[in-house]
Design a protein around this ligand. Structure first.
Ligand code: ZN
Length: 211
């Protein structure tokens, strides 16, 4: 399957390198709790998919993602660690942080697409010529003298963003990395414009008059 990267998170276990911080017995990279003493473990190096216990693929099952996130959030609920020592409470808090970061990235298509590209070590980071659409929107925004004109730019940019995310996903599915990179640059430009529109619109609307 094209959209699945080979799993390697068990490599560390095979090497026998990970041990419970309390009882020193072997634990898996993915284990939140030690199988021997039941103690919560520190945050280990895991990719976001493994942290949420879902298959590593670009097109994720959102329902499954939500389910896993909810279940893990309950498991790591700070209330459950109130009577534990400060070390365990600290590890639980760090685990929740890592869980939230993973969920935040995977639940948003654009962040997930960027992350997918980075997993494949294909992010070029090279700045290219701004996309024609970006140039056009930027000059529209420069000329905008009323909130309604800002709204039109925002609408166009929002639409282009939606299209761009679809294009990005298509490129990633086809493992067309150069196109995916170009799409990401365009999406960055669009997000930048949407931010600039908000700033300009706020300046054009007199304070206290609302939207
Ligand atoms: Zn243990």
């Amino acid at each position: 399957m094209l959209n699945i990267v080979g799993l390697n998170e068990y490599a560390a276990l095979a090497n026998g390198t990970i041990h419970c911080w309390l009882c020193q017995k072997g634990v898996t990279t993915r284990a939140l709790f030690c199988h021997h003493c039941g103690t919560i473990q520190p945050v280990r190096e895991l990719d976001h998919f493994a942290r949420l216990g879902i298959e590593r693929r670009l097109d994720i099952d959102m329902e499954h993602l939500e389910h896993q996130y909810a279940a893990l959030s309950r498991t790591l609920d700070p209330q459950r660690f109130l009577i534990r020592g400060i070390g365990e409470r600290g590890y639980a808090a760090k685990q929740i942080e890592a869980l939230n970061a993973a969920y935040d990235t995977l639940s948003e298509p654009l962040k997930r697409g960027r992350y997918w590209l980075s997993l494949h070590s294909q992010e070029s980071g090279k700045a290219t010529e701004p996309h024609p659409v970006i140039k056009e929107l930027r000059s529209d925004l420069d000329r905008a003298a009323e909130p309604a004109q800002c709204d039109r730019v925002a609408h166009k940019a929002g639409h282009a963003l939606e299209q761009g995310i679809m294009g990005l996903m298509q490129a990633l599915r086809g493992q067309d990395w150069p196109r995916a990179n170009a799409q990401l640059h365009e999406l960055d430009g669009l997000e930048h414009i949407l931010g600039a529109v908000r700033v300009k619109r706020a300046e054009l609307v007199p304070a206290g008059k609302g939207s």
